[in-house]
Design a protein around this ligand. Structure first.
Ligand SMILES: Nc1ncnc2c1ncn2[C@@H]1O[C@H](COP(=O)(O)OP(=O)(O)OP(=O)(O)O)[C@@H](O)[C@H]1O
Length: 470
């Protein structure tokens, strides 16, 4: 990967896993954004699985979004093949059938011998050792994919834990924990005897061990690593993970920590002039890659339209939000990574975990409601020890709240950043004209939607008749 040394969190996790800690405890890792948490868990898992002799699904990494899962898969893909391990992705990017064919190996068709695809006794095997998944697709495979089993799972990583614990996501967590319980408490006692009679089937036997540290826990137990830059320390939430002697690994005394080389600034302006200040700031930042965060998908859409109606700013600006289709979002992200787009206007879809090289600036167009959100948004810059800046546009009445919020991350003083008033004045005419055009665009978009909506409802009303005809 071109890295010459490990980052502190990677060294610490290595010590607790491959080093003297020997994976004896589950790990709760709270380390700032961009500190290298992905490799911190990927390295020991790959190291540990490098000696395996039979291929089966042994490590599962769960992430809240598709883009994030794809990013993490790339990290595993960079190191796992070197030791003969395969990595799979279950995020719903392709059809379920395509995904199944990537994840499950069917027995080879020998000359003259056919297998019955409905025959449950024919041995289906995992094609992957490590699976990176989003909760929804994971549940689809657990519920319906033949041959998909968590029976042999040894490692579970819950990345962006606080985000994943916030929602049930079809009860993926209790389901995974249930399927990795001791076999002695198996919900399907008959399945065990059936499986053992199947020729050549592989079994992982989890027993309630009596060894030191394993009392009352199945052994080999499922090792868990949970991570975030803002990891919850609420015991009632962490209890859902059923952790084994959990060890909290953290960089500072505080739960919230900003990257060392991040500089935070505030820009004070009237609410109605925010777009003007934003454009003036973007012009000052020039060609530098920048992410502008808004508070909702709708305001992301409107702001991006407005910026693009400003006339030729000489900056390529695109929208990235949960309102868009995944393929469109992925395309935009690719262009941003490649530097073909300089500014991304984003809703909180981009807030967590996304790692794009060379993002020098983050702008909070809307003040984040919580320090957690500030940390994750700001953390899209100043990654991997690089310098970065986070600007927050504020109304004067918001300054006090903002200061209080940043104190939670030990950030006492946030300097003012001012843009020259001459820049603001020179943009006024373009702003007024852009506002006029925006109104027209929004109206025409709304009427297109209405037309499409009525066509769609007409279609759905005619569908049963068509079906009857057909
Ligand atoms: N040992 C290393 N040397 C140099 N760069 C590294 C090293 N480890 C990781 N990186 C780089 O650091 C960047 C941040 O890593 P990563 O995305 O894992 O951070 P993170 O801690 O998970 O951040 P977040 O909390 O925002 O998800 C990535 O671009 C990664 O390639």
């Amino acid at each position: 990967m071109g890295f010459s040394s490990l980052f502190p969190v990677q060294v610490a996790v290595w010590q607790e896993t491959i080093g003297p800690g020997a994976f004896e405890r589950d790990l709760c890792i709270n380390s700032p954004t961009g500190s290298g948490k992905t490799l911190a868990y990927a390295l020991p898992i790959v190291q540990k699985l490098s000696t395996r002799s039979v291929k089966c699904l042994r490590a599962l990494v769960v992430l809240p979004t598709r883009d994030l899962a794809m990013q993490v898969k790339e990290v595993f893909a960079a190191i796992a093949p070197a030791v003969g391990l395969s990595v799979g992705l279950a995020v719903g990017q392709s059809s379920i059938a395509d995904e199944i064919s990537e994840l499950i190996k069917r027995p080879k068709l020998e000359a003259g011998i056919c297998y019955d695809p409905e025959d449950v006794t024919c041995e289906l095997q995992s094609s992957v050792d490590i699976l990176v998944a989003t909760p929804g697709r994971l549940m689809d495979h657990i519920n319906s994919t033949k041959g998909f089993t968590l029976e042999h799972l040894c490692y579970l990583v819950v990345d962006e834990t606080d985000r994943l614990l916030r929602e049930a996501y079809q009860s993926w967590l209790p389901t995974v924990l249930q399927f990795t319980q001791s076999n002695e408490e198996s919900l399907f006692p008959l399945a065990n005897s059936f499986l053992s009679s199947t020729f050549g089937s592989l079994k992982t036997i989890r027993r309630c061990g009596v060894e030191r540290g394993f009392k009352g826990k199945p052994h080999p137990r499922l090792v868990k690593m949970v991570l975030s830059a803002t990891l919850t320390q609420d015991p009632s939430k962490l209890a859902q993970l059923n952790l084994h002697h959990p060890l909290l690994m953290t960089t500072g005394k505080r739960r919230y920590q900003l990257p060392e080389k991040l500089e935070s600034y505030k820009l004070i302006c009237e609410s109605n002039l925010r777009p003007l200040y934003l454009v003036a700031l973007l012009q000052e930042l020039g060609e530098e890659k920048c992410i502008v965060f808004t508070s909702s998908t709708e305001s992301t859409h409107r702001l991006c339209m407005l910026l693009n109606l400003f006339g030729d700013l000489g900056i390529k600006i695109k929208e990235y939000s949960g309102l868009q289709h995944q393929s469109r979002r992925s395309k935009t992200l690719k262009s941003f990574r490649e530097g073909k787009v300089q500014v991304l206007v984003s809703s909180d879809a981009m807030t967590r975990g996304m790692d794009v090289q060379g993002v020098r600036n983050v702008i909070n167009y809307d003040i984040p409601a919580f320090i957690k959100t500030y940390i994750h948004r700001a953390g899209r810059t100043a990654r991997a020890g690089q310098a970065g800046r986070c600007f927050t546009l504020l109304h004067k009445y918001e300054v006090k709240r903002f200061k209080k919020m940043l104190q939670k991350a030990d950030n006492e003083s946030v300097p003012h950043y001012s843009v020259p008033s001459s820049s603001i004045e020179s943009l006024r005419a373009a702003y007024n004209s852009a506002l006029g055009k925006l109104k027209e665009t929004v109206e025409s978009e709304a009427s297109r939607k209405r037309k499409f909506g009525s066509k769609f409802s007409k279609l759905s009303r005619t569908k049963p008749t068509d079906r009857r005809k057909g």
